[in-house]
Design a protein around this ligand. Structure first.
Ligand code: SF4
Length: 378
C-alpha cells in the first residue's frame, strides 16, 4: 500500500465519561457495548498529566507546530469549572513548551452557565453544541434522564451566550439526522439561534445493524433529506451559516483536501483518549460490536506512535488503497471516500465494505458535483 503514517494532530480527550442527558440514539449508553462502565467518571489530574506528556512527546517526535485537544465526554461540562481549570493548566504546562495548543469542546450545552463561559474564555476553548433542530425535532430523541425534552434548556443557554462577550467561542451546532424531521424546519430552527456553522451527522448504523430509516419508503432517505437541505442552503449560502458536510463535499468536488473524517479521503489524524488514559478508536465504533473501539493501548505504557500502527487507524490513512473493491471502482470515491469507517462494518467481513449509506452518499455526492460543475462551467 506504500503506507506512510501521518502524525496525529487532533486528540479527543474524554475528561468525563458520563452524561447528564439520555438521548435514545446514544451509542455510548444506549447500545450493547457497556465498556463505558469500566471507565472512571472523570479524568484525574494524574492521568491528564501522563496524557499531556504523551501528546508532547508525539508533537516533538513529529515536529508538529500545533495540536488540537478536543475536550469530550460523556458530557465534558460535568467536570465543574474548578476541576476543569486544573486540567487545562496541566495540559498547558506540559504542552506549551513544545507545541502550540488549541482547545475545543463538544457539549450538549445544558451546563453552559456564566462561570463556565468565563473559564472557557480564559483558556480560549471554542465549543460546538449538539442540538437536533427546534423543540419538536430535538426533543424526539434528546431527552433528560427524567424523559423531558432538552431543547428549552439548551436554547436558553445559547440565547444567553449570544448576548455575552464570549459568543465568539461558539463554533456552531452538530445535529443528528432523523429523516422523519423536515430538513428545512430543522435548519430554520437551528439558524434562528444564530450559529456560525452547523453540521449534520448520519445516524448510527452498519450492514448488520441498519440505520433507522423512519417512515420513508425511499431507497435513499438520507440523500433525499440532505439534497433538500442543500438545494435550500446552497443558492444563498453567502448569507447562511456554513454546513460542514456540504462544504466538505464541495471541496472534494473541487479536488481540494478536507479535514472531515466522516467523508472524503483525507488521512484521519485523530486519537481518542479515555478518562483512564486508554487509547481508543472513535466512539461510534461501539455500534459495531462489543469492544470494537478498544485498542489495548494506553498512555501509561504506550507512546502515541503505537496508535498510528493500529490497523483501524492505519487503514484510514491509506486513501483509496484502504477501501473495499466496490469503493475503489466507484466514480465518486474521491469525494465520498467510502463514507465513515464505522458505517462500513458487516459481521463476518469487518470494515472492508462500502458504507451502509452507499446509495445515499453516491446520490448526494453526484448531486453536489453536478451543481459545482454547472457553476464552474458558466
Ligand atoms: S458511494 Fe458507495 S461505493 Fe462509492 S465510495 Fe461511497 S461508499 Fe464507496
Amino acid at each position: 500500500m506504500n503506507w506512510q503514517p501521518q502524525a496525529l494532530q487532533e486528540f479527543i480527550v474524554k475528561i468525563h465519561s458520563r452524561c447528564n442527558l439520555r438521548c435514545d440514539y446514544c451509542y455510548i449508553y444506549e447500545m450493547d457495548d457497556a465498556t463505558w462502565r469500566e471507565q472512571p467518571g472523570a479524568m484525574s489530574p494524574e492521568v491528564a498529566r501522563i496524557v499531556a506528556r504523551r501528546i508532547c512527546e508525539h508533537a516533538r517526535r513529529h515536529e508538529l507546530g500545533d495540536v488540537v485537544l478536543v475536550l469530550h465526554g460523556g458530557e465534558p461540562l460535568l467536570v465543574r469549572p474548578k476541576r476543569m481549570e486544573h486540567l487545562l493548566d496541566i495540559f498547558l504546562e506540559e504542552l506549551r513548551p513544545a507545541v502550540k495548543v488549541r482547545f475545543a469542546m463538544q457539549t450538549n450545552g445544558v451546563l453552559l452557565d456564566d462561570d463556565v463561559l468565563e473559564l472557557l474564555s480564559n483558556y480560549n476553548v471554542s465549543f460546538g453544541v449538539s442540538l437536533d433542530g427546534g423543540e419538536h425535532e430535538n426533543d424526539r430523541h434528546r431527552k433528560t434522564k427524567s424523559g423531558a425534552g432538552s431543547y428549552t434548556a439548551v436554547a436558553e443557554r445559547i440565547r444567553a451566550l449570544q448576548n455575552s462577550e464570549q459568543s465568539y467561542l461558539f463554533d456552531g451546532f452538530l445535529a443528528t439526522i432523523d429523516v422523519d424531521n423536515d430538513p428545512i424546519a430543522v435548519y430554520r430552527s437551528l439558524r434562528s439561534l444564530h450559529p456560525p456553522a452547523m453540521d449534520f451527522l448520519l445516524p448510527h448504523g452498519n450492514w448488520s445493524e441498519p440505520p433507522p430509516r423512519g417512515r420513508s419508503q425511499s431507497a435513499t432517505p438520507f440523500a433525499d433529506w440532505l439534497i433538500t437541505l442543500f438545494d435550500h442552503w446552497f443558492p444563498v449560502r453567502h448569507d447562511e451559516p456554513s454546513i460542514r458536510i456540504f462544504e466538505t463535499i464541495i471541496s472534494g468536488a473541487l479536488g481540494r483536501s478536507t479535514t472531515n473524517e466522516l467523508i472524503g479521503l483525507t488521512p484521519v489524524r485523530l486519537a481518542v483518549i479515555e478518562t483512564d488514559g486508554s487509547y481508543e478508536l472513535v466512539d461510534v465504533m461501539k455500534t459495531a460490536y462489543e469492544g470494537a473501539a478498544k485498542t489495548g493501548l494506553d498512555a501509561f505504557r504506550h507512546d502515541l506512535d503505537a496508535v498510528l500502527n493500529h490497523p483501524s487507524v492505519a487503514v484510514r490513512q491509506c486513501g483509496v488503497a484502504g477501501l473495499s473493491p466496490t469503493c475503489r471502482s466507484c466514480s465518486v470515491v474521491d469525494v465520498c471516500g467510502g463514507g465513515y469507517y464505522p458505517h462500513r462494518y458487516r459481521a463476518g467481513s469487518g470494515f472492508l465494505n462500502p458504507s451502509v449509506f452507499c446509495r445515499d452518499l453516491e446520490l448526494l455526492c453526484n448531486h453536489v458535483v453536478r451543481v459545482v460543475d454547472a457553476i464552474a462551467s458558466r
